[in-house]
Write a protein that binds this ligand. Structure first.
Ligand code: E4P
Length: 218
């Protein structure tokens, strides 16, 4: 499974990219607003740090303006994935933008049939939001299971299931068990994935015992 980071914070992206664990980045208008920076500058800088797909979301809601904005965003770098909302206009824009050769990430997906439409529209990625479904008492992971099952039924579907709105490590575990292609994970959750108290405890014991030997490897 691929790991994307869900942030527009370039400091966090640089730091995580250095681990070699990062396959891409997703941003959205709320994450960009948090940075207080110019949108185009932010995307340009992220693309200079990360080779994998970098999702940049259109701000328009009508077909033609989405396509025009998509074109401008796609010109920033080859690895920009244009993010469009899962509306009829968004799906129409997805078709046009993907036919022009750019990757498209269809976002704000909350049902399996929406995911089916995105695949039909030629999306490179579908972004089902698991956390926001959990927040209203639904089961976000059930949606992932349904989408993965449906996509597996059709050889012609190449759309990748990009699990979004991740809140905690168990979302990542479940997404991987279900065979999702990508998880986009907030930086703090991504760091938590490496943590285990027994790892810390075991390491402390090994270091204490090593100290007793009085040796050094280098
Ligand atoms: C995905 O691309 C979105 O940016 C993101 O995962 C939304 O997450 P949220 O529900 O925590 O805002």
């Amino acid at each position: 499974m691929k790991f994307f980071v869900d942030t527009a914070d370039i400091g966090e992206i640089r730091d995580l990219a250095e681990t070699g664990l990062l396959d891409g980045v997703t941003t959205n208008p709320s994450l960009v607003a948090k940075t207080g920076r110019d949108f185009i500058d932010v995307i340009k800088e992220i693309c200079s740090v990360v080779d994998g797909p970098v999702s940049a979301e259109v701000a328009a809601t009508d077909y033609q303006t989405m396509v025009d904005e998509g074109k401008k965003l796609a010109d920033i770098a080859d690895n920009v994935a244009i993010k469009v909302p899962l509306t009829m206009d968004g799906l129409k824009a997805c078709r046009t933008i993907s036919q022009s050769g750019s990757m498209v990430n269809v976002t704000l997906c909350f049902s399996p049939v929406q995911a089916l439409l995105a695949a039909k529209a030629g999306a490179s990625f579908i972004s089902p939001f698991v956390g926001r479904l959990d927040d209203i008492g639904h089961d976000g992971m059930e949606l992932i299971e349904q989408i993965v099952d449906i996509y597996e039924n059709y050889d012609t579907i190449t759309t990748e299931v990009l699990v979004a709105s991740i809140r905690h490590p168990m979302h990542v575990v479940e997404a991987a068990r279900l065979g999702a292609d990508v998880c986009t994970v907030p930086p703090d959750v991504l760091r938590k994935l490496a943590l285990h108290p027994l790892t810390d405890k075991g390491l402390a014991a090994f270091l204490a015992d090593w100290e007793k030997t009085g040796q050094s490897i280098l």
